[in-house]
Write a protein that binds this ligand. Structure first.
Ligand SMILES: C[S@@+](CC[C@H](N)C(=O)[O-])C[C@H]1O[C@@H](n2cnc3c(N)ncnc32)[C@H](O)[C@@H]1O
Length: 218
């Protein structure tokens, strides 16, 4: 988004996130005390990476919300043309670099500002993955803004968009955004096997959707 100003709620939320340490352990990544991503979500992220890239030779990929870099790890075998990640927490970005990105080929670009303050190139990506941590109560509004101002302008015609989705139903607000902006979209259910659940699992369910929305080719 060009010349954007971060709203006060987002500014405070981001300052809080950045003020907490990023901690890696055997289960996953915490910011402060809260787990943001688990290694157990690798199979889920494998589904996103595979469905987003299949049939596209050397896709240019943008991920918003690098986190533990589980998606990036699953993306690596798909041989991308380029990979750009957005992660505004410097400690999170550093851990992801050390654990995954330093050996990524081609070398990734990591942007360390919130997506709202960045200007992304128009029509430059084949694939966009959105998995961020908005302030409470802002998830759907941020999603709509991201689709309208980043995903649609920055995807190439026919490009694919996905987002992290916990639970088995896309809510009406998101359905409306997907219907309005994309030529088509589908969801692919995934249930994490109980045996994979880490001891400190905090997410509301083991049921997820892998949504894939496709930009029109016009
Ligand atoms: C759930 S994690 C992402 C997990 C990641 N997809 C993975 O595979 O490991 C969400 C991340 O979004 C980041 N984030 C928070 N606000 C953001 C913003 N405005 N723009 C981009 N990323 C943001 C958080 O710092 C956090 O690391």
């Amino acid at each position: 988004m060009t010349n954007a100003v971060l709203p006060e709620t987002h500014r405070r939320h981001l300052a809080t996130l950045r003020g907490m340490p990023a901690v890696l352990d055997a289960e996953g990544l915490r910011i402060g005390h809260e787990f943001v991503m688990f290694f157990a979500e690798a199979e889920l992220m494998h589904g996103h990476a595979t469905r987003l890239t299949e049939g596209i030779a050397r896709p240019d990929v943008l991920e918003v919300g690098l986190g533990l870099a589980v998606f990036a790890e699953q993306l690596r075998p798909h041989r991308v043309g380029s990979y750009t990640a957005v992660e505004p927490h410097p400690g999170v970005a550093r851990l992801a670099r050390q654990r995954v990105l330093d050996t990524f080929d081609p070398p990734p670009v990591v942007l360390t500002e919130p997506w709202q303050l960045l200007t992304f190139p128009i029509g430059a990506y084949d694939v966009i993955m959105y998995d961020t941590w908005p302030p409470d109560g802002h998830a759907d509004r941020d999603f709509a803004t991201f689709v309208a101002h980043v995903a649609i302008p920055c995807l190439r015609p026919g490009g694919r968009f996905s987002f992290f989705h916990s639970g088995d139903t896309v809510n009406a607000a998101r359905q409306q955004v997907l219907d309005q902006y994309f030529a088509g979209w589908a969801v692919h259910p995934y249930t994490m096997p109980a045996a994979l659940m880490p001891p400190h699992w905090t997410k509301p369910t083991r049921d997820f959707l892998i949504p894939i929305a496709t930009k029109g080719s016009a």
